[in-house]
Write a protein that binds this ligand. Structure first.
Ligand code: NAP
Length: 286
């Protein structure tokens, strides 16, 4: 890849950011479409998020993705936020136009596309449990509510955050929404036993060497298990051992990345190119 004086700059801000597959996916897409741009990782510590976001204007960075743990906090530094991202309370895509920063969220559409296309699962009328209450969980919860789930349970380590997210969902959708603590309690156990789909949207498993945060007996044989992390987590391993239908986060990663690419460039994303680049990078990382 050649970089010139007028090469457009894109990137991803996160902490840590080394694990991110976004640079390989987006650079492969730029190359495939002959777009004169480069996509780089920006390791941004939480205490530097404001300064880093403001400097996107000064450095004329065309756009960035935002990843763990900044998706919620970054919203306060933007000029405008689109309706979906506002509902979720989190932004994963920022575009700069005429020195203004616009925020979007492509996680929800990416999740839903992968759930339907890769998982062949239609959430309408189903009962769902979402683990987590951060930016990704917000996107997943809103997308499931919009898709017409019958009941939505939001389980988080910090129960207050689950309550805040449940209130956000209820504000926009008439769905039975229950916030609970993510612990070993019987309440969560039975709610999962009664559900059709379990989504892990916590960052447990992201760094590898994770352990299951749930009683494995709640994984009944009709449960669909979706883990947003794109490696085989302890949760996915346990679900597979029981013969359940499972899906990891790779399909969602590519789908949300493709949507971001389209927002960045206004061009149709080369989906297959992005998927192959992500798969190869994952193999290389193993
Ligand atoms: P985030 O905003 O930082 O939220 C992290 C969430 O994980 C919070 O709910 C937090 O609970 C929970 N958590 C962290 N450590 C935990 C632990 N040891 N036990 C139980 N819960 C724990 O992060 P995010 O942006 O929502 O991302 C969450 C995950 O989704 C990450 O793994 C990310 O890579 C993945 N993701 C994947 C895709 C994809 O395309 N596949 C897209 C977006 C995100 P507390 O509130 O109690 O701290």
């Amino acid at each position: 890849m050649k970089v010139f004086g007028n090469t457009q700059i894109f990137g991803v801000m996160g902490w840590p950011v080394e694990h991110s597959l976004s640079p390989v996916m987006h650079n492969a897409a730029f190359e495939a479409l002959g777009i004169h741009a480069v996509y780089v990782p920006f390791p941004v510590k939480p205490e530097d998020l404001g300064k880093a976001t403001m400097s996107l204007r000064a450095l004329n960075v065309s756009g960035v993705n935002v990843t763990v743990p900044h998706k919620g906090a970054v919203t306060e530094f933007l000029d405008e936020i689109d309706t979906t991202a506002k509902r979720i309370g989190a932004v994963n895509t920022i575009v700069q136009k005429n020195r203004k920063l616009y925020g979007y969220n492509t996680d929800g559409p990416g999740f839903m596309l992968s759930l339907r296309k890769d998982g062949h699962f239609d959430p309408a009328g189903k009962k769902a449990v979402v683990l987590g209450s951060g930016g990704a969980a917000g996107a997943v919860a809103m997308a499931l509510a919009e898709a017409g789930v019958r009941r939505l349970v939001i389980a988080n380590r910090d129960k207050n955050r689950a309550e805040v997210l449940a209130k956000r969902v209820i504000k926009h959708y008439e769905r039975e929404t229950l916030p609970v603590a993510l612990d070993e309690s019987r309440a969560l156990y039975w709610l999962i036993r009664e559900s059709d789909i379990l989504v892990n949207a916590t960052s447990v498993g992201l760094a590898g060497n994770d352990r299951l945060t749930l009683n494995p007996n709640c994984l009944h044989n009709k449960l669909f298990v979706f883990d947003l992390v794109y490696r085989e987590t302890a949760l996915l391993k346990s679900a597979k051992r029981r013969g359940l239908k499972t899906l990891d986060g790779l399909g969602m990663l590519v789908s949300q990345g493709a949507r971001s690419f389209e927002i960045f460039t206004g061009k149709r994303a080369p989906f297959r190119v992005m998927r192959t680049a992500a798969e190869q990078a994952l193999k290389f990382a193993k």
